[in-house]
Design a binder for this molecule. Sequence first.
Ligand SMILES: [Zn+2]
Ligand SMILES: [Zn+2]
Length: 279
Amino acid sequence: VDRVLSSVQEFLVLGAIFAAIAIWQFGLENLQPTERQKRNWRLNLAYFAADILVFLPVIVWMAGGLRNGLGSVPIGLEFQKSLTQTLSPSLVLLLAIAVADFVGYWRHRLMHTRPLWPVHAAHHSDEDLTWFSLVRFHPFNRVISVFFDIALMSLLGFPVWAIVLSNRFRHYYGYFVHASFGWRFGPLRFIFVSPFFHRWHHAQDMDARDKNFATVFSLYDLVFGTFYCPKKSAENLGVDGEDYPASYIGQLFYPLKQWKCQLQSLVRRPAQRGAAPTK
Ligand SMILES: [Zn+2]
Ligand SMILES: [Zn+2]
């Protein structure tokens, strides 16, 4: 109950902050929501409610177990000893944020591969990107993120407090980069992810496909060749193609359906070898 209340509290505080900035930037009279925006907000609310009531308690419980199990792996303990003995706590935290964002970059790239895309598509399905779009993640996506991040960060020797704090920081920064402010950060755009930059990650344009994976440091995209930041703002957002479901339940079961299709085509393919192409 405490966790549900604090999630609702966080939602209200963040909502007030982002609403105040939006009113200041665009003016209240320009903030009349369209039908599509209302629909996307309702769907995000469904994700938020299901997460705090059903999925997050389970995921948090599993994450604690995983961390306890991995916290005693010798190599992790060795790393942790040298890390906490050589660096001050604030440097450990800075390093944790940088490393967690590196881990997150590659995990996000993995989510864009064919087998995992059906899970990740939910996050891309909001055509009206706002700060609140950050809540739109399939529960499988959350499980994969939490396990990937906690496992690697624990094995790399980061203490629990640094993992938790770096996760919090990236969580709030994530709200910020999904907001519709259009800030581009000038020359700093090559180091830090801006709302303008992450908006391009959600664009349907071919040039923007599989670009801008980082959450905090766009520097990773620059280094690994996935940096995309043209002058104009991204406009055509959402998931390409018409078969992606619009309802919460439809999106929840979408990965299972897609995996079934992918498996069937894998099984069928050898039998089709040598047959005339149908198209
Ligand atoms: Zn993505
Ligand atoms: Zn996003």
